[in-house]
Design a protein around this ligand. Structure first.
Ligand SMILES: NC(=O)c1ccc[n+]([C@@H]2O[C@H](COP(=O)([O-])OP(=O)(O)OC[C@H]3O[C@@H](n4cnc5c(N)ncnc54)[C@H](OP(=O)(O)O)[C@@H]3O)[C@@H](O)[C@H]2O)c1
Length: 232
């Protein structure tokens, strides 16, 4: 990996580039990959956009996170399993899935080998889903018709999950941005043109006077670009 910005360097260590400054209290970052023309999925999955360099950044960001926040549709589409990355203190990041429908299969990979994710849900979630998932997950009800993401992040911080990595998808990221709770966007630009119907990075109502992003670092490897944007 070479660094293009802020100062050119022939090699760069993603672990150092993405490390949060010491003393960072709370931080929410999102990591997403998009093709040059803005697609976030190929045939409904992001896998077709990824490459070895992208995987290295993905894993680095997981190792730096207390908690991975992900939308239920991404869990279903990508067949999410337990996080395998090990953090500096020897623990693994916790996975938290946001879902109103609770349409998650208790027999799926998400719950494999006793992995017990957090599920952030809301009061209007179906009772059947709750009773199906209660034996395999810890359900937190935060909000009435939708998960209140501001309150959810506050509750997670109270539980010690202060450095949050959102892995999308575009609808969850749109909600997070609308809630004003995104501090950093880590965007991988995959050297492809995809077209097709895929959503862009954020899928939600237009953001009035959308926030200004500041490009903190730009890395390159194998024609992939890795931009680290700070929000606001
Ligand atoms: N390129 C990338 O980096 C990347 C990253 C992630 C995903 N993806 C792709 O994006 C697609 C999935 O993204 P998506 O935007 O359709 O879905 P998503 O954001 O992953 O998940 C949306 C679902 O999350 C739940 N949800 C989100 N916000 C909520 C809230 N405030 N309250 C309650 N529930 C909430 C709902 O789950 P329920 O339906 O269960 O109620 C909603 O249907 C897939 O094709 C995936 O491959 C790409």
């Amino acid at each position: 990996v070479r660094q293009l910005l802020p100062a050119p360097a022939a090699t760069a260590d993603p672990a150092a580039v993405y490390a949060l400054p010491p003393g960072t209290d709370r931080h929410v970052r999102a990591n997403m990959v998009a093709s040059v023309d803005g697609a976030t999925a190929v045939h409904g999955r992001s896998r077709g956009l990824a490459g070895p360099a992208d995987l290295a950044v993905f894993q680095t960001l997981r190792r730096l996170a207390d908690l991975i926040l992900v939308g239920a549709q991404t869990v279903r589409a990508e067949d999410y399993g337990p996080p395998r990355q090990v953090r500096a203190d020897g623990s693994r990041p916790v996975l938290a899935v946001v879902s109103r429908s609770l349409d998650l299969d208790p027999g799926s990979r998400l719950f494999a080998a006793g992995h017990r994710p957090l599920i952030l849900t809301c009061a209007s979630a179906p009772a059947g889903g709750r009773s199906q998932l209660a034996p395999v997950a810890d359900l937190l009800e935060i909000g009435d018709d939708r998960v209140d993401l501001v309150a959810a992040l506050d509750q997670l911080a109270d539980r010690g999950y202060r450095h949050v990595l959102c892995e999308g998808g575009p609808r969850l990221l749109g909600d997070l941005m609308a809630a004003g709770r995104l501090d950093e966007l880590d965007l991988t630009v995959s050297p492809q043109l995809v077209a097709g119907p895929s959503a862009r990075l954020l899928n939600g109502p237009m953001l009035p006077g959308g926030p200004r992003l500041r490009l903190a670092t730009l890395l390159e490897d194998d024609d992939f670009l890795f931009a680290r944007y700070l929000v606001g």
